[in-house]
Design a protein around this ligand. Structure first.
Ligand code: NAP
Length: 299
């Protein structure tokens, strides 16, 4: 069997189109423009690239983008004062602080300062708790993106065996909660899991989020399974000196001969993350104004 390769880039484009359509209707019907504020502390080059991409895509879907760049030595008090202003600003529906932040700042405290209704990264304990309780909150962007890809491919996940490798608060735990909501039988595997190969082999849905290139071998994949590869490892390019390439957690070439469907790296899960950030900002905006939520863009 040769697996269908799931085109995350095209799917993310379709999500952005849906968001843009909804934003246009919000403007026309209600005079409301959803707004996303991004806070960047310091000058980490990778973070600057991410923030620039977020700004560009936010503007492209017709939303307002507010960028706040703070010096690397900003005090916690000054950062919190900015977050408080954004929490109180009715033009801002979503707030995210780009991580990592410098060591003197506590990421958990930063997330906790953001109003949970504007926490479009879905990282706060309030939003994690709402997800775990099956109540409406804002869901972490990458797991939400993976769920969208899965829902597009599998009409009914009920009763399926789902294995999530990785248990981070950012990805593994919310992904497992989302699959549980879909009535999957969910296993969360991690670095202490015994016989990871056997655990993965029973998965109808296998989600790998570890950060170890090629760790998941073709023999670990159940024939016909849907494989979602979240891992990203940057390595020197074998053929292009001085260049790098991105590798996923799954041995793509081997696994695609066994799986029913598989996401590539790059071009699979990655593009979904910012698309879901925009979807979450739209959702937060609709909720703030008591308007119906966009269909298919939230859980
Ligand atoms: P993380 O916080 O480092 O978590 C990694 C998880 O992998 C941990 O739960 C760890 O287990 C587990 N693990 C480590 N070694 C293992 C092994 N040998 N066998 C089984 N499990 C093992 O990372 P993360 O933030 O969740 O991200 C995971 C990967 O996804 C990274 O490559 C990251 O770059 C990527 N990612 C991509 C996107 C995107 O595409 N936009 C977004 C988020 C993350 P323990 O808990 O036991 O240590």
């Amino acid at each position: 069997m040769t697996a269908t390769v799931i085109d995350g880039k095209a799917f993310a484009e379709s999500v952005r189109e849906k968001v843009a359509g909804h934003v246009a209707r919000l403007k026309d019907a209600h005079g409301i423009t959803p707004g996303l504020a991004v806070v960047l502390v310091g000058e980490d080059p990778a973070s600057e690239v991410y923030v620039a991409a977020k700004h560009k895509q936010t503007v492209e879907v017709g939303m307002a983008s507010f960028e706040h760049k703070l010096p690397a030595d900003v005090s916690e008090a000054d950062l919190f004062a900015l977050i408080d202003r954004l929490n109180a600003d009715p033009a801002v529906h979503g707030i995210l602080c780009q991580f990592p932040v410098p060591d003197h700042l506590d990421e958990r405290a930063v997330v906790a300062r953001i109003d949970p209704a504007k926490d479009v990264d879905g990282l706060s304990v309030v939003n994690a708790g709402l997800l775990a309780s099956g109540e409406k909150g804002l869901v972490s962007c990458t797991p939400l993106g993976c769920l969208m890809l899965l829902r597009d491919r599998i009409a009914d996940m009920s009763g399926m065996e789902a294995v999530v490798v990785g248990r981070s608060n950012l990805f593994g735990k919310p992904m497992a909660q989302l699959l549980l909501q879909q009535n999957c039988t969910v296993t969360i595997a991690h670095s202490r899991t015994r016989d990871l190969a056997a655990v993965c082999q029973r998965a109808d849905i296998l989600v790998a989020a570890v950060g170890r290139a090629g760790m998941v071998k073709a023999e670990w994949v159940k024939p016909g399974a849907t494989v979602i590869d979240v891992g990203i490892t940057r390595v020197p390019h074998p053929d292009k000196p001085g260049k790098t390439q991105l590798l996923g957690d799954v041995d793509f070439a081997g696994a695609r001969e066994v799986a029913g469907a598989i996401t590539p790296v790059p071009g699979g899960v990655g593009p979904m993350t910012i698309a879901c950030l925009l979807a979450n900002t739209l959702t937060a905006c609709c909720r703030a104004h008591g308007l119906p939520e966009p269909e298919g863009l939230t859980v």
